[in-house]
Ligand binder design. Structure first.
Ligand code: DGJ
Length: 499
């Protein structure tokens, strides 16, 4: 899957604003030039139900219009985040007329008959009201933006799931939980048996691989069944909201996820959000969501990329850490997983004097056409190295590449990151910082590989403009393709083989 904008593949190099920033066009005005100069090509920013529909049935598009106009002035694209029924599990962005009417818009009841402020996914009127507001938003975006395509994609809700308990225990929820699993889900399980997420498959297998019975009978009696049950119900609800929006204007739509920590039970993270073990339930419940996305703040970034980039789900990272981690991780996500986009959170409060993200993005923007051309082709690798993981390897176009932290004159870089693309039979483009590469042949022919030459350079509109020829110390006398830790750059290496 790729994002296509105005007929061309698009690599989203973005960042997300803080939650409250886009509630004021005045606040945003001075932010845009700063954001554009990082450089970014896309800004992810919320649209709030409470401000869009302050009175039932009366929509106010002032902020939406203003944000689109402001973004256009700086040639930036937008992804809008629909803060509707749920934001981080809770419902603080619902308009007051929804919050106040707990009869019409029922809440999650937690264990011990405890009232919560979380809207229940079983509220039919809530689903109808949220869908109507989202549809109105999409209709409006179509009317003002279907020619310019400033808005590229929509996030539907934000980090949904029940907090404070593993499931909703309202009367409607209890009744559904004690009923047989829906026929639509049973059919999905039968039809997709061999292409399910492995994490889901493990839980389903352990409970006996059933396609009929109550939720506990099919998924076991513990909190796993509760989480599956909530996933199905959030999946149903959010897919319906998305479908109502797509009926007006079919932009790509994704859902983001608050990731669970190791051994953390559902309810301590939002139960039912699209974790890898329950994405199949979401998919079974509807097809309007195109991408299930992780918000990766955890240090095992690579694991989460692997867990989300499987079973046909492309990787799109709407929230993650910036700074040194973000600067490096973006190379891994794009090089190793052909991610559709990357977007660290809270960009408008960063005091990043060294503009680390900008250094990475300026390089990645130059090679974006190559990244898009090679996406999913198996001739690209991405990596992050540090003292604990000082080396890795990859096989590309008949060569084995041993990639390790850069080392010269006895000193070793303490971290490195980059990506490498095989662009021709003996030709590679690399980008990043603090690593070095040794080549070994992996295909029939002469047994040794050497470096023919290395150039540093830049891409201008897709054309390679060579700079210095790197040899001597800069290639450890021709032994290594080196990327200095002092900068983030692009280099081209041509290799040859000999007896
Ligand atoms: C994840 C949420 O999705 C964001 O809206 C924001 O609350 C961040 N957490 C804060 O770290």
């Amino acid at each position: 899957m790729r994002l296509i904008v105005n007929g061309k593949p698009f690599l989203m190099l973005g960042a997300e604003l803080h939650n409250s920033s886009s509630s004021s066009l005045e606040y945003m005005r001075p932010e845009w030039p700063r954001l554009a100069s990082i450089p970014l090509n896309t800004v992810l920013t919320p649209v709030y139900w409470e401000l869009l529909e302050p009175t039932e049935g009366h929509f106010d598009f002032t902020l939406v219009d203003g944000l689109i106009q402001q973004a256009r002035q700086y040639n930036l694209h937008l992804v809008f985040l629909w803060f509707g029924s749920w934001k981080n599990g809770l419902s603080s962005y619902a308009p007051l007329w929804v919050k106040q009417d707990t009869r019409r818009f029922p809440r999650v009841i937690a264990s011990g008959n405890k009232e919560t402020e979380i809207l229940s996914a079983f509220g039919a009127a809530t689903l109808q009201a949220d869908s109507r507001a989202f549809a109105a938003l999409m209709r409006h975006i179509r009317e003002i933006d279907s020619r310019d395509h400033t808005v590229l994609m929509m996030q539907v809700e934000n980090e949904v799931g029940v907090l404070g308990d593993s499931r909703d225990r309202s009367p409607a929820a209890n009744q559904a939980f004690n009923s047989p699993i829906p026929a639509q889900l049973a059919q999905y399980l039968r039809q997709h048996r061999d292409s399910l997420f492995p994490q889901f498959r493990k839980i389903w297998d352990a409970a006996g691989d059933k396609t009929s019975g109550t939720w506990s009978e099919v998924f076991g009696s513990g909190p796993d069944a509760d989480e599956m049950f909530m996933a199905w119900n959030y999946g149903r609800y959010v897919n319906q909201v998305a479908a109502a929006g797509k009926a007006e204007y079919p932009l790509p739509m994704y859902v983001n996820t608050w990731l669970r920590g190791p051994n953390v039970p559902p309810g301590e993270f939002p139960s039912g959000g699209p974790q890898p073990e329950v994405i199949d339930l979401w998919r079974a419940a509807g097809s309007a969501i195109d991408i299930y996305s992780p918000d990766i703040y955890r240090t095992n970034f690579e694991d989460w990329c692997n867990w989300y980039h499987q079973a046909g789900n492309p990787l799109f990272i709407p929230e993650t850490s910036g700074g040194e981690r973000g600067q490096a991780n973006v190379f891994y996500a794009l090089g190793e997983h052909s991610a559709l986009g990357f977007s660290p959170f809270g960009i408008d409060s960063w005091n990043d004097r060294d503009n680390l993200l900008g250094k990475s993005y300026s390089v990645l923007m130059q090679i974006a056409p190559l990244l898009l051309e090679h996406a999913g082709a198996g001739d690209m690798t991405g990596f992050v190295l540090d003292k604990q993981h000082p080396s890795t390897s990859a096989t590309l176009n008949g060569y084995r590449l041993e990639i390790s932290l850069d080392r010269i004159f006895g000193g070793q870089a303490d971290h490195g990151f980059g990506l490498i693309i095989a662009i021709g039979p003996n030709e590679f483009i690399g980008a990043g910082s603090g690593f070095r590469v040794k080549f070994a042949p992996q295909s029939p022919g002469p047994p040794n590989a050497g470096i023919a030459y290395i150039e540093e350079g830049t891409y201008s509109s897709g054309v390679w403009i060579p700079g210095r020829r790197l040899n001597g110390d800069e290639s450890d006398q021709g032994q290594y393709w080196r990327f200095s830790a002092q900068r983030t750059g692009i280099e081209r290496a041509v290799v040859y083989r000999y007896e």
